[in-house]
Write a protein that binds this ligand. Structure first.
Ligand code: IPE
Ligand code: IPE
Ligand code: MG
Length: 253
């Protein structure tokens, strides 16, 4: 995700890359007296709707935070439930995604995952590699600090092997060693559930992302919520450290 940020997109256009922190499944369930697992299952339905909506709205890249490197600290039964949901999602939805021309990418650490999950993720990427529609980036066992540390390890190995001078390490070079360096950085990051934090998601890539926090739980997310967040994004002015565009100060807030 090293594409330089160069000034946003023309008004009326969808953001190229939307990233989603799909939060609040547990609270959605608790509010209804249901087990947390039911919230996660309804969350998968919201994800299906959202992938369809993102494609229809002309978004190029949709990144979804599915399981964080820190989520292993949850009770074993919930972790087991979440792993089962990922297995079922790939087995059930992969063909549909493929037929919809969706290209699946995966970011995060794969080495700690069960072998069958690792294989399913690889299968999803392999099957959809040549697709040209929406790029769906699944952040699974993902932590941004860990991703940056892995990138630093790669550079350190190149320095140790004598192939890279320490002075040659720039922000761009480090970005080029992140998990999906060819993708644009997120223009818009949406978090549901009312929490206003990134929780170790895309810390590097979010340097100039617009952040939208929605007061709804993830299972209630739908196309209207996505369109609302995009409308809010369009009202923002992205400056990337430069100055406001002429006339921008006169727009209503
Ligand atoms: C998001 O919902 C799903 C994952 C983190 C896997 P949560 O499970 O975090 O739901 P809350 O935040 O406890 O309500
Ligand atoms: C972030 O939500 C991770 C995912 C949505 C997968 P969490 O529920 O894990 O985040 P915290 O613990 O509230 O910060
Ligand atoms: Mg949560």
């Amino acid at each position: 995700m090293s594409t330089p940020a160069t000034g946003g997109d023309p008004p009326g256009f969808a953001p190229r890359h939307v990233a989603l922190i799909m939060d609040g499944n547990g609270r959605w369930a608790a509010q209804r007296g249901l087990p947390r697992g039911e919230g996660h299952r309804r969350g998968v339905e919201a994800l299906r709707r959202t992938v369809r909506a993102a494609g229809a709205l002309g978004i190029e890249v949709l990144t979804i935070f599915s399981f964080s490197a820190e989520n292993w600290s949850r009770p074993a039964a919930e972790v087991f439930d979440l792993m089962g949901l990922l297995r079922r999602f790939i087995r059930k939805d992969l063909l549909d995604l493929h037929q919809s021309n969706v290209k699946v990418r995966v970011i995060g650490e794969r080495r700690d995952l069960d072998r069958d999950i690792e294989r399913l993720l690889a299968e999803a990427e392999d099957l959809t590699r040549a697709n040209t529609g929406l790029v769906l980036v699944v952040a699974f066992n993902y932590g941004s600090r860990q991703e940056i540390a892995r990138a630093a390890q790669k550079l350190a190995a190149e320095v140790a092997a004598g192939r890279l001078a320490p002075e040659a390490i720039t922000a761009e070079l480090l970005a080029s060693r992140l998990d999906a360096p060819d993708l644009p950085e997120p223009d818009l990051i949406i978090r549901t559930s009312g929490e206003q934090r990134l929780s170790n998601f895309l810390l590097w890539q979010a340097a100039y992302s617009e952040l939208v926090f929605l007061p709804i739980y993830w299972p209630d997310f739908d196309r209207a919520a996505l369109e609302g967040a995009i409308a809010e994004y369009r009202r923002r002015e992205r400056r990337f450290g430069g100055l406001a565009a002429a006339g921008a100060g006169t727009r209503p807030s």
